[in-house]
Design a protein around this ligand. Structure first.
Ligand SMILES: Nc1ncnc2c1ncn2[C@@H]1O[C@H](COP(=O)(O)OP(=O)(O)OP(=O)(O)O)[C@@H](O)[C@H]1O
Ligand SMILES: [Mg+2]
Length: 483
């Protein structure tokens, strides 16, 4: 921690760990109610299914927008997809556990909702998907949030970062069976690539930008911004989530380090990012060249290799000691690029979503001689994203050593109740848990904790890095007092 209490600095000197950063992932889940094959009638709509899913939450929290004892936010907006926003994390393994905990919570809610459907004799089974596109072509997102230092050259740095986010799909895309205009289908890196319409903008729904610039830091606005990244595919494999956030955190660390600075990426802005994102998604060799603002042409593979090299050099020069998760990130990043260079996807086919899914589908296609546009292939692909412990493929794939893990089942289970211990989320989690146990009425958001009693005590937690606060201890005592 530094004197100003922000805790993110003080690591500029050689050695030590990379600068601390707050990050969180929001995931909108796909939802559908499916009838057994050949069953007559129609299943309930996705909206109705979502209402069944949230019935218990609404009964318990009196709202479909609640904060949980693990520090996360669970909500359902009118007419939209169930969403889980992870608690603020400052460690990759912690983030993966909190994100996976959301999956587990929602899977259990789905099981309950299906019991409810059966009891009410409503036909069908609800399924939740960690993907980005439903059968009607609607897209929903997985947003990453990174706390970054406020800076005057945000626009210029942002343009280079857009290039990074557009090209990183060759590593972190979730894989997509993409219908070909003239018929048939091919395999692409990303489901989300065809759904993005803008590079940087403050609107999320209308223009769907790669980086959302709405200025809502949930922290001291004088020093920080929250960078809201809309462009990523939702990750299924824990290692892909780890890589996606881990490599971005390191890149941001380099840009924010005065020794490297924004000059370390400024030359990497793309001339036409929205054209590039589509072209790159469709080329599994990652060799299609796209144009940079300065007229140079590079492939996504060259672009990402360049970023990787610069970040590696920055780490070496700074003499940082990486955490074991960060070591894993740098290694997987490198091996992912090498797999593309050699076109030997098997080198990463237990770690990167697009490659895991590709191998799964290719084996199935070969066994049954199926084309990419066969409905059975589409069903297998969808099952990859189904979060159900019973119907989804992630669990059996992991059990057979075909999908690597970052966490253990015990860690994920614990993270359904326990907030990250090292960030502001720890305070929120304790407050929510205490209020639940005492049945006290509270109002919570990312920054505020409020006890709705006659005194209307509210604490504003402006420092997301801090897991301790005397005012919260006093508030917790008030929660324990008889109302
Ligand atoms: N100061 C912060 N810096 C970085 N990330 C943060 C910070 N505070 C909260 N977060 C993370 O940002 C995410 C916010 O999720 P939420 O869905 O509420 O986002 P939003 O975009 O602000 O709202 P909405 O989805 O309703 O538009 C969470 O994952 C949370 O952990
Ligand atoms: Mg959100």
């Amino acid at each position: 921690m530094t004197a100003d209490g922000h805790g993110a600095e003080g690591t500029d000197a050689a050695g030590g760990s990379t600068p601390r950063r707050i990050y969180g992932i929001e995931t909108e889940y796909g939802i559908t109610c499916a009838l057994p094959a050949g069953a007559p009638g129609a299943a309930i709509s996705a909206d109705d299914a979502a209402r069944y899913l949230f019935r218990k939450v609404v009964a318990w929290g009196r709202s479909s927008n609640v904060f949980l004892p693990n520090g996360a936010r669970l909500y359902l907006d009118v007419g939209s997809h169930p969403e889980y926003a992870s608690a603020e994390c400052d460690d990759l393994r912690q983030l993966v556990a909190n994100d996976r905990a959301g999956e587990l919570i929602l899977d259990r809610m789905t099981e309950d909702a299906n019991v409810l459907l059966a009891a009410e004799e409503v036909p069908g089974t609800i399924h939740l998907f960690k993907n980005n596109l439903d059968s009607a072509g609607n897209s929903y997102g997985c947003h990453e949030n990174y706390l970054i230092r406020r800076r005057r050259d945000f626009q210029a740095v942002g343009e280079a970062l857009v290039g990074y986010f557009v090209t990183r799909q060759i590593l972190t895309g979730a894989g997509h069976i993409r219908p070909r205009p003239g018929g048939g289908a091919t395999y692409a890196f990303s489901q989300r690539a065809d759904q993005m319409w803008d590079a940087m903008s403050s609107a999320t729904t209308r223009s769907r930008p790669v980086i959302n610039t709405r200025d809502e830091p949930h922290a001291d606005a004088e020093h920080y911004r929250r960078m809201h990244v809309i462009a990523g595919d939702t990750s299924v494999a824990e290692t892909t989530t780890m890589l996606k956030v881990g490599m971005t955190d390191l890149l941001l660390g380099m840009i924010e380090d005065p020794a490297a600075g924004s000059g370390s990426v400024r030359d990497l802005a793309l001339a036409e990012p929205m054209r590039a994102i589509r072209e790159i998604s469709r080329d599994l060799t990652a060799t299609t060249a796209v144009e940079l603002s300065d007229g140079r042409r590079v492939s996504a593979l060259e672009y990402q290799s360049e970023i990787h090299e610069r970040v590696r050099a920055w780490i070496d020069e700074s003499g940082f000691t990486l955490s074991s998760s960060q070591e894993r990130v740098v290694d997987l990043w490198e091996r992912g690029l090498e797999a593309l260079r050699t076109q030997d996807y098997d080198a990463v086919s237990t770690e990167l979503d697009w490659a895991i899914k590709y191998r799964l589908i290719e084996r199935y296609r070969a066994k049954h001689t199926l084309a990419w546009d066969d409905p059975r292939v589409a069903r297998l692909s969808l099952a990859y994203h189904d979060i159900s412990a019973r119907h989804g493929l992630a669990r059996p794939l992991a059990a057979r050593g075909l999908m690597a893990r970052v966490t253990t089942d015990d860690e994920v289970e614990a993270a359904t109740n326990e907030p990250p211990a090292t960030t502001r989320a720890a305070l929120r989690g304790r407050f929510v848990a205490a209020a639940q146990a005492r049945r006290r009425d509270i109002t919570v958001d990312w920054v505020h904790l409020k006890l709705n009693d006659s005194a209307h005590r509210t604490v504003a937690l402006k420092d997301p890095f801090s897991p301790v606060d005397e005012r919260v201890e006093a508030l917790l005592e008030a929660v324990e007092e008889p109302a």
